[in-house]
Design a protein around this ligand. Structure first.
Ligand code: FDA
Length: 308
């Protein structure tokens, strides 16, 4: 792994650095490039604009690694409020939610995370939308897939994220490519040891292609989350070869990353979903985005130095 990337990912998990950076009066513009804002109203306003431009959305209430049941409860409430607001604004058909199980209690007790995620799924069903479970570091993969299987007994549309950098993922894709299954395939954003994950970027790309083919040849609904132009092109070609029509799979990208490409793909008739994070806990999320593109880091550090 690129040394700067490792350094930034290490900083993402360091509590002292988190305190200094998150407390600094960083320009709102730096954070706002990747984060919709802090409130439900901010999230809904950004969603409205994206939907009006022909895109679909998945919303993530920022927060992770919660070790406090009260905070997990607060996260559930944020999602319930958001879902009500999406329904009230007529956006629920085009906007779903993404949930990190560690934000709703997974580190405390898997059963608590299951129960909390279930409350969010029930609300999503009532509002006419769906939920996708984000995937975090590899120590949580088995637990997240167990919770997914249990949720899908009541809400078969619950989606999962699989990370191509994990050596196990090709098999997970095959297992999860059955009818009705919604799988978001991404490269993976955490610092992982080489025994579980490919470290070389080219190997990760090859794994992404193998996983994508497993999903495209299955009966589920694949969701390809990448900004990589080569992968986007290849998936478009392979989807056509598998006779997947636009609408039977989708492309997904992060808010603030390659927005022109998002619109271009939508104008070609593809479903394009933008992952929109919001809330006050932006630090870990922003650090992972900077690690993916260390060229953005100078811009971020300069902004800290001039405003801090
Ligand atoms: P990569 O970062 O390798 O970039 C490949 C190419 O894409 C670059 O060479 C460049 O051409 C282009 N590109 C990338 N970033 C760009 C930028 N800022 N501006 C211009 N061009 C750019 N991860 C995870 O571990 N768990 C999860 O649950 C999720 N969820 C998730 C949802 C969605 C919708 C997305 C899009 C991503 C995630 N991720 C994730 C993050 C994912 O694992 C990954 O870290 C990022 O998407 C970056 O990987 P890329 O596939 O974009 O390729």
């Amino acid at each position: 792994m690129n040394p700067l990337r490792s350094l930034i990912l290490a900083a993402a998990g360091n509590h002292t650095i988190r305190r200094v950076v998150a407390g600094a009066p960083v320009s709102r513009d730096v954070v706002r490039r990747f984060v919709a804002g802090e409130t439900t109203a901010d999230a809904v306003a950004v969603t409205s604009k994206l939907v009006a431009s022909g895109l679909t959305v998945t919303l993530d209430y920022l927060g992770e690694d919660t070790t406090d049941a009260a905070l997990a409860e607060q996260t559930v409430h944020a999602y319930l409020e958001l879902l009500d607001a999406l329904e009230a604004q007529g956006l629920a058909e085009r906007a779903e939610v993404s949930v990190k199980l560690s934000a709703v209690g997974q580190l405390l007790d898997e059963r608590l995370a299951l129960e909390n995620a279930g409350r969010i799924c029930a609300a999503a069903q009532r509002c006419g939308t769906t939920v996708t479970l984000d995937m975090e570091d590899h120590t949580t993969t088995d637990s997240t897939l167990r919770v997914l299987a249990q949720l899908r007994e009541s809400w078969p549309w619950v989606g999962a994220v699989l990370q191509a950098y994990l050596r196990r993922t090709r098999d997970d894709c095959a297992r999860l490519s059955g009818p009705g299954s919604r799988v978001r395939l991404c490269k993976g954003a955490y610092a992982e040891p080489p025994d579980v994950a490919f470290a070389d970027a080219h190997e990760v790309d090859l794994s992404y292609v193998r996983c994508a083919l497993a999903l495209l040849s299955g009966d589920g609904y694949p969701m390809f989350a990448t900004h990589d132009p080569r992968l986007v092109r290849l998936i478009g070609e392979r989807a056509a070869a598998f006779e997947h029509k636009p609408g039977s799979f989708e492309f997904q990208m992060l808010y603030g990353v390659r927005p022109e490409e998002q619109l271009r793909l939508a104008q070609l008739g593809h479903t394009v979903r933008v992952y929109v994070p919001y809330g006050g806990e932006w630090y870990g999320y922003l650090m992972r985005r900077l690690a993916e593109r260390p060229s953005n880091t100078g811009f971020f550090l300069r902004s800290l130095a001039t405003r801090g």
